[in-house]
Design a protein around this ligand. Structure first.
Ligand code: ADP
Ligand code: MG
Length: 283
């Protein structure tokens, strides 16, 4: 199937739900799983409330706890590959702190996540794909913390509207990458630069949004036409309910910024899904 046929079938916005396994700590504390997953209905998830009542939610796909990184990535493959055809695409991980966003998007050296698998796939596919198209890949990495954006591969950044009315990030580093090893090194550099006043990287990663942008430059060697497309892979800050976390001072400010930006993102997606004319990107 062609990418646009799939889009017509499945729509422009897709929502997947991934349930992580209970951690050993949770198991030792006697926690149990509060959802029911029926493998024959991989689009439905039942949440079992404390009073044993059940609520059902429908997604484009539900991944049970035993689904590994490869299985999850396989479902996103077509979205990722569409960037080679000149489409723009974006994948967000959204959820409360501790639900597995960073694990899914970034992964670990042993169980690599969407970042690495994406680039690995794009390098592989683009070399096998066609002799008439030449591809170049660039990686950018940035962080949004309290409404400030930082280039994780270099210096300070600013968002400006271009003459065509697009939002552009001025000065964002484009690091050209030729293979997955180089990409892994760039990701490591970016991660080291995520240091804003925090004692642990994991703690910080929950309070800022981390965005990896893959830029694909494509040239048709026969007629010389060029296209540029972007794939955004986003590890969002953890959503929280402020009242519950009794945050004060710096933490409270962070939570307000996070909630405000997540609700602005929700507005964009809602406008997008309802095919609204005006999409509040500016917010
Ligand atoms: P978040 O980024 O949403 O705050 P993390 O990705 O840091 O959450 O996940 C919290 C913890 O759970 C981490 O220790 C992570 O390694 C573990 N974890 C998350 N998802 C999985 C999974 N699918 N399988 C195994 N461990 C997981
Ligand atoms: Mg995280």
């Amino acid at each position: 199937l062609l990418y646009n046929e799939i889009m017509e079938m499945k729509g422009n916005v897709r929502v997947f739900c991934r349930c992580r396994p209970l951690s050993s700590e949770e198991v030792s504390k006697g926690h149990t799983c509060s959802f029911h997953f029926d493998p024959s209905k991989n689009r439905k998830l039942q949440i079992i409330a404390s009073d044993a009542s059940r609520k059902q939610f429908k997604f484009d796909h539900v991944f049970p706890p035993q689904a590994n990184q490869e299985t999850v990535f396989a479902e996103t493959l077509l979205i990722v590959r569409s960037v080679l055809d000149g489409y723009n695409a974006c994948i967000f991980a959204y959820g409360q702190t501790g639900t597995g966003k960073t694990f899914t998007i970034e992964g670990t050296e042993e169980t690599r996540g969407v970042y690495y698998r994406t680039l690995e796939d794009l390098f592989k596919i683009s070399t096998n794909r066609s002799s008439t198209m030449q591809y170049q890949f660039y990686v950018s990495m940035l962080e949004v913390y309290n409404e400030n954006i930082r280039d994780l591969l270099n210096s300070k950044l600013d968002i400006k509207q271009t003459s065509e009315g697009k939002q552009e990030i001025l000065g964002l580093t484009l690091a050209q990458a030729y293979n997955t090893d180089e990409v892994w090194e760039l990701l490591e550099t970016g991660k080291r630069n995520r240091s804003v006043g925090s004692t642990s990287v994991n703690e910080l990663s929950s309070r800022s949004h981390c965005l990896l942008r893959v830029t694909v430059m494509r040239e048709n060697l026969i007629n010389g036409t060029q296209t540029k497309s972007h794939l955004w892979l986003v590890d969002l800050a953890g959503s929280k309910r402020i009242g519950k976390t009794e945050a004060k001072g710096e933490r409270l400010k962070e939570s307000q910024f996070i909630n405000r930006s997540l609700s602005a993102l929700g507005d964009v997606i809602a406008a997008f899904a309802s095919k609204n004319q005006h999409i509040p990107y500016q917010n």
